[in-house]
Design a protein around this ligand. Structure first.
Ligand SMILES: Nc1ncnc2c1ncn2[C@@H]1O[C@H](COP(=O)(O)OP(=O)(O)OP(=O)(O)O)[C@@H](O)[C@H]1O
Length: 230
């Protein structure tokens, strides 16, 4: 791990109509770091994550990835960046219901141009380590919440993203299942040197991160000192 900055937000402002969501949010995340974004409901956590990931474009301020400004890129260039270099895990998994579990995991590889046979073969390698053996052909409606979320996690990591963005990845799960998901996420990310930015309102989820920040009223208001030995 180097101290190079992977993602940076500088004074980001964004409103939804009359509702201000971000009012000058700044933060930087170093490469390989696991950062938790915490804060009250409605404080702007998801909006900040979406700006960092190039999904939303701030009204003012800047977003940099590996030192390159991304908020001024075209929508096409931003979506290529998301496809090629970022992974995503959302609350409730958001699997494609028409696809099987293995097809859901293979999706980022297929979108990146991999052949179907190779993509499915790679996807199948994720089932055993995640304790999902035998579920390859199930559709999302036939999976438990914890199983679906593990599939979503594998889908977020399968293409080897540099940065994984996770928005309440354990939000719909009971605490034990949620902790298992976080353990899997952190282990997989550390093995690969993936930078992880995870939005959560749960302190026990944030405890898996190297560092926590708190968003309040659209600003990053407090930086919690780095944990030792986590
Ligand atoms: N698509 C949208 N349209 C209108 N307002 C929105 C939209 N998305 C978010 N907001 C508003 O922007 C503010 C920040 O929302 P955001 O979802 O970023 O907060 P959050 O901290 O992630 O909340 P939570 O913890 O409840 O998910 C809130 O006031 C919210 O109501």
């Amino acid at each position: 791990m180097t101290d190079a900055i992977a993602v940076e937000a500088r004074d980001v402002v964004l409103s939804f109509g009359q509702t201000p969501a971000l009012r000058g949010a700044s933060l930087s995340v170093t490469r390989g770091e696991i950062l938790a974004i915490m804060g009250p409901s409605g404080s702007g956590k998801s909006t900040l994550l979406h700006c960092l990931a190039g999904i939303l474009v701030p009204a003012s301020g800047e977003i940099h990835v590996d030192g390159r400004r991304i908020d001024t890129l075209s929508e096409t260039a931003r979506s290529a960046l998301r496809r090629d270099r970022f992974g995503f895990v959302f609350q409730f998994g958001q699997l494609v219901p028409e696809l099987t579990a293995e097809e859901n995991i293979a999706l980022p590889l297929l979108l990146g141009g991999a052949r179907r046979t190779a993509a499915l073969a790679e996807a199948r390698t994720w089932f055993e380590p995640l304790g999902l053996d035998g579920l390859e052909r199930r559709r999302s409606g036939e999976l438990s919440g914890g199983q679906a979320q593990r599939i979503a996690l594998a889908r977020g990591l399968v293409a080897g993203p540099e940065i994984l963005f996770a928005d309440e990845p354990t939000g719909s799960l009971d605490s034990l299942t949620g902790e298992q998901i976080m353990e899997l996420l952190v282990t997989a990310a550390r093995e690969r040197g993936t930078t992880v930015i995870v939005v959560t309102h749960e302190a026990r989820v944030a405890a898996y991160a190297d560092r926590e920040i708190i968003v309040r009223d659209g600003r990053v208001t407090s930086l919690v000192p780095e944990r030792i030995g986590s």
